[in-house]
Design a protein around this ligand. Sequence first.
Ligand SMILES: Nc1ncnc2c1ncn2[C@@H]1O[C@H](COP(=O)(O)OP(=O)(O)O)[C@@H](O)[C@H]1O
Ligand SMILES: [Mg+2]
Length: 383
Amino acid sequence: MTENNSDEFNNNNFELSKVRKGNSENDIDLKIPVHKFNSFSNIFSPKSKSTIDKSPTNNNIAGITKKEKKGKKEKKLRSSIRYDLDNVIQQMEQIKKEWIEYKEDKEFKNYTIDLNTIEIFDLIGSGGSGANVYTCNVDGFRCAVKVLSKNQYSPRMYEQIEKEIDILYNLPRHTHIAQYLFHQQLETGLYLYMQYYDSTLLYHIREVKAKKKVIDKKVIVSVMKKICDGVRFLHQNNIIHRDLKSENIFINYKHKKIHNCAIGDFDTALNVSRRNPKSCVGTTGYIAPEVLESSENNPYNKKSDIYSIGMILYEMMELKIPYHQKKNPYQISQAILAGEKPILAEFTICKYKELIPIYEKCIDKDPEKRYSIQVLTDLFIEL
Ligand SMILES: Nc1ncnc2c1ncn2[C@@H]1O[C@H](COP(=O)(O)OP(=O)(O)O)[C@@H](O)[C@H]1O
Ligand SMILES: [Mg+2]
């Protein structure tokens, strides 16, 4: 009745899978076993000394024809978030080279990575930002693209996704952070290309629940280690995520088991070295009490992410979203401010007895009493 996961902590894998051009349903079943390739640790690192602002003339971007785009000069994003297309091409070439060597397949020797042939396929998700996420084929590599269409977006929505790009662009690569590839600003909207992930932790939890199973403690610990490792990296880089929840944890499977987790959705993340967090941001049920009460003179800090991690732990143990029995966000906020904790079934308390005290400390009303991300990560490593 449980699902198991023998995954290693902090493996440095990064996977791209090949897709047959023009057909997302017929994936060639070849995942690149990245551990064979040393240079994969540097894949798609968007930083380079010579940043060149160059936009691909893409004929296949959803809804855009070559004619529409011809002659129109693309607006440039702020210089701080310009992408480095040359670097992406160079690194995709490297993937190709290594993949060819691995496969020893002569047929692929003439294959050239061409960012002019991007095709966008099925809608795979959408969230609070108003953007849609699609699978796409960047010249044979399956990726995901988050699209904020021009006809959808308000200046506020635009600013948020621009902030997301800014943060992802400037972060060094990390296994447990959704991997940014590059972005484009076209006449039709803003396009953020990322590594493709198979699912989200929220869907995973729903599937486990639908099958009337529970998640094995070992699997929970493995997932929590990865999430904490990602958040530790963010906090070390002075980033607070501010919207940690199972829906924003992207996962990859291997042999039907969770193989990797990456934190995604950075449109509400904040660089605290630039300014103090003082606005109420996040998703009800995962928002810490001090965030609900925050104001200009009453900022909060990184410990609000620890509270949200506690709620993710709750979801994995209980297979329900926190405060699921409440009727509306107002009731949830009132419960949080009153110090009312989410309901835990007796079964959950018994099954996960080692995890309960950790969860409780994460969601302590007093941020000072919560763990730091370093201590929390170490705790999960030791379990
Ligand atoms: N790189 C990705 N790979 C696979 N699915 C993704 C990816 N990025 C986003 N998604 C899906 O799209 C949904 C919305 O994306 P997200 O970045 O969270 O946008 P929002 O800010 O609107 O919530 C996610 O919950 C997930 O289901
Ligand atoms: Mg989201």
